[in-house]
Write a protein that binds this ligand. Structure first.
Ligand SMILES: Nc1ncnc2c1ncn2[C@@H]1O[C@H](COP(=O)(O)OP(=O)(O)O)[C@@H](O)[C@H]1O
Ligand SMILES: [Mg+2]
Length: 277
């Protein structure tokens, strides 16, 4: 038994994110219902699911902003409940709701973030310049954020989340409400972060093209549970030949297990659930 246990612990330490039977209730609602998943370093992992599925609640627990009821969650090897400061040092977070201050310039927003994260005074300006350059906002540094387009604001929020150079980014609907051009600009940046910097990213999205293009693996959440997970290609294949990610989403967010479906459907859904242990 012992060697097996230490092998499991080793695997867990190597994961960027490891959830085991994570559960969070709000009154009668179980927002996150005993979910388990692992995300490797360098992966872009997508959390998909209809509104109310529990995606934001999961992210808030992982970013130490909300307490779990039971189960465990480790981020960069640290337990979110036991070692929240260590977790916070390792992560960046772009919340679903607006987090940049419209009454300040981009530069001022980033300076506030730099102070919040204790970035030494002499490092602040070069770090902010670098980050603004990376995100394509260098020429807008001194403009008030309320004059920015939605895409520029979302990119600034990404800059704020990565200023302290975290290893893992949590992005809650990073492209919601953006036009196709702005979406594409965000996608490029996220792929650059993964390829150029080996960044690990957990994002939520309703955009199936985005999930298909960006995500190495994804999980579909429905009513607090993970109903399917795998690579985009693997999930499509599990639904049938020629299936799109939209078909996958429809299948696994309606609960094929309870609503019937063919024997093959049920068997495959069960296999997916078994894989999740
Ligand atoms: N602070 C809260 N108080 C009460 N219920 C909440 C709270 N936050 C989320 N919920 C409920 O938990 C469920 C999951 O919400 P959420 O995690 O925001 O879902 P998603 O991000 O997938 O849309 C929903 O039923 C929501 O109404
Ligand atoms: Mg949400």
């Amino acid at each position: 038994m012992r060697p097996e246990k230490s092998a499991t612990e080793e695997t867990r330490a190597e994961s960027a994110v490891a959830l085991e039977s994570l559960t969070r209730r709000f009154g009668d609602i179980t927002a996150v219902d005993s979910i388990s998943l692992e995300i490797s370093y360098g992966e872009i992992f997508g959390l998909l699911g209809p509104n109310g599925a529990g995606k934001s609640t999961t992210i808030k627990i992982l970013t130490t902003l909300l307490e779990k009821n039971s189960g465990s969650a480790r981020v960069a090897g640290f337990d979110v409940a036991e070692e929240p400061s260590e977790v916070r040092n390792q992560i960046g977070y772009v919340p679903q709701a607006l987090s940049a201050d419209g009454g300040l310039t981009a530069w001022e927003n980033l300076t506030l973030t730099a102070k919040l994260y204790d970035i030494p005074a002499r490092e602040r300006a070069p770090r902010i310049n670098d980050t603004l350059g990376f995100i394509g906002l260098a020429e807008f540094a001194d403009r008030l954020v309320k004059t920015f387009s939605g895409g520029m604001i979302r990119r600034l929020e990404l800059a704020m989340a990565m200023l302290h150079r975290p290893r893992i980014l949590f992005l809650d609907e990073p492209t919601i409400g953006l036009d196709p051009v702005a979406k594409r600009a965000m996608w490029e940046k996220l792929l650059e972060l993964k390829k150029g910097y080996g960044m690990t990213i957990l994002l939520t999205t309703h955009d199936m093209d985005e999930a298909d293009l960006l995500c190495d693996r994804l999980a579909i959440m429905h009513k607090g549970r993970i109903t399917a997970s795998g690579t985009p290609a693997g999930l499509k294949a599990s639904v049938g030949e020629g299936a799109t990610l939209e078909d996958v989403f429809a299948r696994y967010s309606k609960g094929v297990m309870t609503e019937g479906g063919s024997y093959r459907d049920v068997r495959q859904a069960r296999r997916t659930l078994n894989r999740l242990g």
